[in-house]
Design a protein around this ligand. Structure first.
Ligand SMILES: Cc1ncc(COP(=O)(O)O)c(C=O)c1O
Length: 443
């Protein structure tokens, strides 16, 4: 058992007779009931992470769950029950949010490349806020809102000139499709303020993801408040909203530590106390929109060992799912995570480790490697591997159609009770027999 696995188990799960229990249910029972590969989520972990965040930020902040981290409807519903708002990035996520019962007024829409039909849809439904990412987008929102005779609630997303370092993927401080460069804010702001069909709401700042150092987050929030204050000054009125984005990290690798939520709470609340005294922030709603932090630790991807093979002295465990289901674990999802995710033989956690092995999926490409040179116990066909920290950017961030294997189902375990929250899918539902209208029109 590698260290990150031990510490995750100590924090969130349990082991009986060498077998992992998720929400008190043995993992082999879940694998038996739902088949493998499968994503399992523990509702208790979702609740624990929520509580830690809520307690750190107290009532000062609205929390908007970032749906892109995991768009499963049952998880969206789970968070809506807290209650919380939602951050979405497409019409598909907007529909998922509405179907989960979220009032449109509690939805924020961010992301580059919003299409006209998407903007029209969310404006007609009465979305809470659109985060504009360019001057062109502001102009399009204005024109669409004018045509629909509605007031578009818009905040301006800023790409800060310099960001505090420390995240795995920086989304600010460099040329980016996200947000409007800090240096070019004035014309964008003037356009917002002079468009009658736009109601200016505030500022969105989000500079990076997977940040594990609370002082980096606090520095980003401080910088964000400085920019927001300048914007309020130019607008001549207090801001209705300031959104600091997501970016709270979770530990994946040896040597990484959990985010210090008490430290974050202390720093951020003292920042807020300063901010509240300023005209720019009187009555302002402060928002965070985390994804990974809330769902990442709750999810485990479980696959079954099909074959154990040695090739020129190197040992391979070949399992029944791979990068097609979990691109991030294979290291092919951008720059964020390149090393091995925490992984274990989850029905044999008490077996001694016997040395390095590559865990590979069933695809005919060397990219399909879920773990490289990882120390694991001896495994036999039929054993179960579990990849931890898989609740965020897992299934939905993977090339599910690649090689046409069935898609993995999802299961939510809540204090001893498990239920299927997404069925296993096949690729038989192809393009045959679709009506002509199926490929166009509705976003
Ligand atoms: C606009 C926006 N908000 C929130 C998030 C969630 O980020 P994280 O999962 O790092 O909290 C993202 C992620 O890319 C994003 O682009």
């Amino acid at each position: 058992m590698s260290d990150p696995v031990s510490s995750l188990i100590a924090r969130h799960f349990a082991v009986t007779d060498g077998e992992l229990r998720v929400g008190r249910v043995p993992v082999s029972a879940l694998a038996e009931r739902y088949g493998t590969p499968v994503y399992v989520y523990d509702a208790g972990v979702l609740d624990r992470k929520w509580r830690l965040l809520r307690e750190a930020l107290t009532g000062e902040f609205t929390i908007a769950y970032s749906v892109k981290a995991n768009p499963n409807p049952a998880l969206i519903e789970h968070f809506l029950g807290k209650p919380c708002d939602l951050e979405i990035a497409s019409a598909g996520e907007f529909h998922a949010a509405l179907q989960a019962g979220c009032p449109p007024s509690r939805i924020l829409f961010a992301g580059p490349g919003k299409t006209d039909p998407e903007l029209e849809l969310v404006l007609k439904e009465g979305i809470g806020e659109i985060h504009a990412e360019s001057l062109g987008e502001i102009q399009r929102i204005g024109a669409i809102a004018d045509r629909l005779a509605v007031q578009a609630p818009v905040a301006i997303r800023v790409n800060p000139g310099a960001t505090a370092q420390g995240g795995a993927m920086r989304m600010g401080g460099k040329p980016a499709p996200f947000g409007i460069d800090e240096e070019a804010l004035d014309p964008a702001l003037d356009a917002l303020l002079s468009t009658p069909s736009i109601e200016f709401h505030g500022v969105h700042l989000f500079a990076g993801t997977q940040i594990l150092d609370h002082t980096v987050l606090a520095a980003q929030y401080r910088k964000g408040l400085e920019i927001a204050e300048r914007i309020a000054g130019r607008a001549g009125k207090p801001l209705r909203t300031v959104d600091f984005g997501g970016g709270l990290g979770i530990p994946y690798f040896e040597g990484e530590r959990e985010l210090d939520m008490e430290g974050l709470g202390r720093e951020v609340l003292s920042l807020m106390a300063e901010a509240r005294a300023q005209f720019a922030f009187s009555g302002t709603r402060f928002v965070v929109e985390p994804g990974r932090y809330l769902v990442g630790e709750a999810g485990i991807y479980v696959a079954r060992v099909i074959d154990v093979k040695v090739s020129r002295g190197k040992r391979f465990l070949i399992v029944d799912g791979g990068m097609n289901h979990h691109l991030a674990a294979s290291g092919n999802l951008g720059q964020v995570i390149k090393r091995n995710f925490p992984i274990g033989i989850v029905n044999g956690l008490d077996r001694p480790s016997i040395g390095p092995v590559d865990v590979v999926g069933p695809l005919c490409t060397p990219l399909d490697t879920l773990a490289r040179d990882v120390r694991l116990p001896e495994a036999r066909p039929g054993d179960l591997i579990g990849i931890f920290q898989s609740g965020a950017y897992g299934r939905s961030a993977s090339p599910l159609s690649f090689l046409s294997h069935p898609t993995p189902p999802e299961v939510l375990v809540s204090d001893g009770t498990d239920r299927l929250i997404r069925r296993r899918g096949t690729h038989q539902d192809s393009f045959r027999d679709l009506p002509d209208s199926a490929d166009g029109g509705r976003p």
